[in-house]
Design a protein around this ligand. Sequence first.
Ligand code: NDP
Length: 453
Amino acid sequence: MSEFVKSFMGAVEARNPAEPEFLQAVREVVESLSLVLDKHPEYQSARILERIVEPERVIMFRVPWLDDRGQVHVNRGFRIEMNSAIGPYKGGLRFHPSVNLGILKFLAFEQVFKNSLTTLPMGGGKGGSDFDPKGKSDNEVMRFCQSFMTELQRHIGPNTDVPAGDIGVGGREIGFLFGQYKRVRNEFTGVLTGKALNWGGSLIRPEATGYGAVYFAAEMLGAKGDSLAGKSCLVSGSGNVAQYTIEKINELGGKALTLSDSGGMVHDPAGIDADKLAFVMDLKNVRRGRISEYVDKFKGSTYTAVDAALGYNPLWDIKADCAFPSATQNEINGKDAKNLIKNGVKLVSEGANMPTTPDGVDVYLAAKIMYGPGKAANAGGVAVSGLEMSQNSMRIGWSREEVDNRLKGIMKSIHTTCAQAAETYGTPGNLVNGANIAGFLKVANSMLDQGVV
Ligand code: NDP
């Protein structure tokens, strides 16, 4: 580790103890940026790095709500407004019991660089709550969302901060949140993205993250004269990102073999075709059931329950060509990454945010496989959120084809930008460095222009 990274990280660790995911995300970026800072002393003298790791604002609030039996519950709500140098804060809301300040700071930090890569004018933010929507009735989820928005509404707005969905926040939750914002503020605006089509949503927004991760994979393969046709693919998760990743893999002629949720994983050697995917979408989005039900329906598939004592995830220990982690952070550790390489995987495109631990990333880089880090590969979601904001401002709606073409164009441009930055700074093919450097430069230069704020 260079002296600079060591001393910078020492200071960040001292200021942010007990936030391991945030420190992990910062370290990865700072390691890449050490290639840039030597050439650009102006960033050091303006203390750009010291400022970029410090959120512009952190909002933390109480969210009290009543369950169906009339009992009172109290959750914690957050919004991290990380950086607004290039546009209003933009980033999702996560509802999951694991949510805490450090996890949201890591996500907000990643979002700054990701949004910069999309070519659209969006700053970075992230928020959410430790509320667990699993097992709650629709009415309970509605009451929670209303209470959450009753406080959040005073901090956000279409030109200030525009949240979207993430884990545990899909179309249902965005609807309840939007309804409460409109009621309290008496204002119909594009304050959230991921809205339904009838009330200001964009075509392709639900599909965008998954489709984008597959388009990014296609770009990496295309640069080597290859394509997804005939490739077998491992996919984790079974939520929004996983579902549309599988849909696009199928469309481009690949074959998805796996799915998972927090209970366990499904392996279907025959492939998860359109009919099976329709079953998964109904199971997860309508019936809100567990992925283990898949094997009762489709013969030849197997279910393996999570076994924390194992130390690795069997989902990543299956012979395949490509992997699309689409569940959560740190779901691929060093052992999993070695298993992927051992099983012939030549490409990893991250739909989830920071799904690979640092030792896992080292394994990919040493094996020189095609590796699209989350902040580049999953930027399609926020890119189409940006397009939803544009459509809301213009009060028009683009066709499916128009939005999909723009999404494809943006993913292509992100790939090219990252590949060029990696090359310029002396690490050709390393898209981790490419994404961190290219994402940083636009934000850093904007911060220089705007003075010490
Ligand atoms: P969903 O809530 O729709 O689905 C999440 C999936 O991951 C579920 O199958 C869930 O299983 C599983 N999962 C969540 N937490 C864990 C955990 N701790 N251990 C094991 N499995 C887990 O979320 P999304 O599909 O929207 O998000 C998935 C990933 O993609 C996240 O990393 C998110 O930050 C990232 N992302 C999402 C974007 C979006 O547009 N939605 C944009 C960019 C990135 P279970 O139901 O059992 O919890």
